[in-house]
Every structure is written in C-alpha cells, then in structure tokens.
Design a binder for this molecule. Sequence first.
Ligand code: ADP
Ligand code: TPP
Ligand code: MG
Length: 362
Amino acid sequence: MVTPINRIGEFGLIDKLAKAWSEGASETAPSYKQMLQQIGGINSDKAGPFLPRLAVGDDGAILDVPSHRPLLTTTDMLVEKVHFLWSPERIASLGHKAMAVNISDIAAMGGLPTWAFLSIAIPPVATVEEVVALYRAMGETAGRYGISLAGGDTVRSDQWVINVTLMGLAIKEPVRRSGGKPGDLLVATGWLGDAAAGLHLLLSGKPFQEMTMQEQLLLHRHLEPTPRVKEAVMLVQQKAVKAMLDISDGLSSEIHHLCKQSDCGALLDLSRLPIRDETTEIATSTGQSALSWALSGGEDFELLFAIDKEKVSLLSTIEQKTGTKCTIIGELTPPNEGINAFHGPEHKSQAFPLRAKGYNHF
Ligand SMILES: Nc1ncnc2c1ncn2[C@@H]1O[C@H](COP(=O)(O)OP(=O)(O)O)[C@@H](O)[C@H]1O
Ligand SMILES: Cc1ncc(C[n+]2csc(CCOP(=O)(O)OP(=O)(O)O)c2C)c(N)n1
Ligand SMILES: [Mg+2]
C-alpha cells in the first residue's frame, strides 16, 4: 500500500509513528533484563524498564530520573547521501543503525540507554508506509535494549535526516575519554575495518544475491553495527576501564581524542589490529588497504578503551561471556612521546607518528 503523507498530515503521521514504534518494540531480551537486574535498582519487570511519565503528545516529556544515577545524553544524526543511501529495501537496517550509533555512545560513557527522542526530516515523496517501517525498526532495536520513546520532531525536507537524542543512566561513575594514564593498555573490541569494507561493497553496486557469505557479513556490519553495551557494562562494573570512547570516525582519530583528553601519548602495534581475513581479501582484490580501513574507515562502533595492566584478565572473561574479541593494540605513554605506531614487535624501534586520519565531514 502507498499512502502519501499529505493524506494524513503531520499530526496523523506522528500518531502512527508512536504506534509503529510500540508495535516494533521487541520484548527486552531475557539476558539483557537479567543484566539490568544484576546492576540493581532497575525494575525490569515492566514491559519497558524506563517508561517515561509522559512521552509523545505534550510540549515536552516528563522523565523520572533516579537521583542516584548521573543522567547521560548524546545525539547523533544520520543524513541521506552522507551517512546512507536511501533504499526502500534497507529501511529496517537504517532504523537499526540510527539507534545503534547512539546506543554505542551511551555504552562508551559507561551507561545504559533509557529514553530516545527521534527527530526526522522527510522528503515529500516519502510514503506513510516507509516512515512507519522506519519507526517500527527503531522500536525493535530500542526494545532490545529497554529504551522507551520519549518524543521527537517531524519536518519536511529535500532529503532524509534522522536525528536521535538518547539518554542513559550511568552504571557507576561515567567513563570519560580523559582518565587514561601512561602504562595503561589500549584495547579495541570486535573487528576493525569491517564497516569500511561493507561500505566499499555497497558503493560497488554489486547485488546482494551475488555476494559471497563473507561479503554479505561485511555489508551487514556496515548497515547494522552492534553497540557494545554488555562489554561496556562488564568493564565498568569491574571498575577496570579508565578512559573509553566508541570508534565512529576511525581508530586513528579516536586514539588522538583519547590521548588528548587523557594527556598521554600512545604506542600502537599495527600488526595486532583485529582485521578479518575477509576484509584483507576484499581490500587486496580491489586495490584498497585493509589497514587504512581499520585506521580511518570509521563506523565500526567498537569500543576503544584504556585499562590498567593488572585488570588484563577481565578481557578474556568479557570474550567468554559476550563472544566479543578484546584485542590489546598498544599502550598509553607519557605525553611528550607523542602518538606513534610500528608494525610488528621486530619493528618496534622504527615507530613512526600515527596521524589522525578518521572521517571528517569538512
Ligand atoms: N553542533 C554541535 N554543537 C554542540 N556540540 C557539538 C556539536 N557537534 C558536536 N558536538 C559535541 O562535540 C563532541 C564530539 O562530537 P562527535 O565527534 O560527534 O562525537 P561522537 O563521535 O561521540 O558522536 C560531543 O561532546 C558533542 O556533543
Ligand atoms: C553513502 C555513504 N557514504 C559515506 C559513508 C561513510 N561515513 C559517513 S559518516 C562517517 C563517520 C561517522 O559519522 P559521524 O557523523 O562523524 O559520526 P559521529 O562521530 O558523530 O558519531 C562515515 C565513515 C557512509 N556511511 N555512507
Ligand atoms: Mg557525533
């Protein structure tokens, strides 16, 4: 069915969107509910653990914020032609990604996501069914993490823009980019360069059905990143993590952010970067560099964090409990030593300055 938006108007649409979100909202996963219970003070018996007192329908939302937990807030937008190419076949992925990139930021601050405000700019040619599908998908991902819809804004525009403002509650003291000290280990979760490989495949125009399983996986990693919430929770609960951020623009620039805020230098062994063989194969076969994808491709939404050397055993516990790799990629050094990298322990003496070469909008 194809319904033009002007048939129901802005307010008719908003009504439908709030409903679509609730219909899509999946039951919060039992393992996630269990985690909320373990963290304590969070009543996860209700359908949504963080239901707003008042959400859509008034001039603002009313949220009951527990006084003992600092409130975290983040916002990130996805813009057509900058962050995604509009395709009616990829609406569900887009909805997921709009939530996931924000959930990733709350995780990187050491928090649990709770309330979402969704602002959306819609081209006049879009249909009600498309916007409803987008909200249903956002609701589905949000539901998995116990997130409730708190409000938003709806406007017309020449291209799609999806802005999510996400709030969260800190599990313990929020984790900043600034707590790292020389001697701390630098660790990355998951795999780096997957999203850039996936984007490369997307832009190549190769039909999905003609892709190998490995190519489909990498495309999926670009379209539907997994925010590392459980991993962050474990790090924070064990008071192991001293500085953290998520890798949205690319490892090399995120390392510069962490070092600047922590007043540290860094020494990285590039041979240790967690890069899949599949990513290397695709890069090699298309004349690209998997290492550049890992360092500057961006959008992997993995966590980069500094951890005390004594807490290193926690990394294998996280791997066992979550199935997510945690790779030590280097260490923090005194600030006057700068940010350097080498390729393999045998070349440690030939370390060179690592430039910040992540995605930059301008
Ligand atoms: N237009 C803006 N106005 C105010 N603050 C902004 C703006 N854009 C970014 N920031 C702030 O700058 C910091 C870095 O932003 P960004 O690089 O987008 O972080 P992230 O990669 O975590 O999304 C954040 O604290 C963010 O809130
Ligand atoms: C069509 C298209 N072209 C290029 C990209 C690659 N890309 C767009 S934005 C971005 C970086 C991350 O986005 P940003 O808005 O900087 O996220 P933030 O750092 O604010 O979390 C990358 C790698 C893409 N995803 N889609
Ligand atoms: Mg941002």
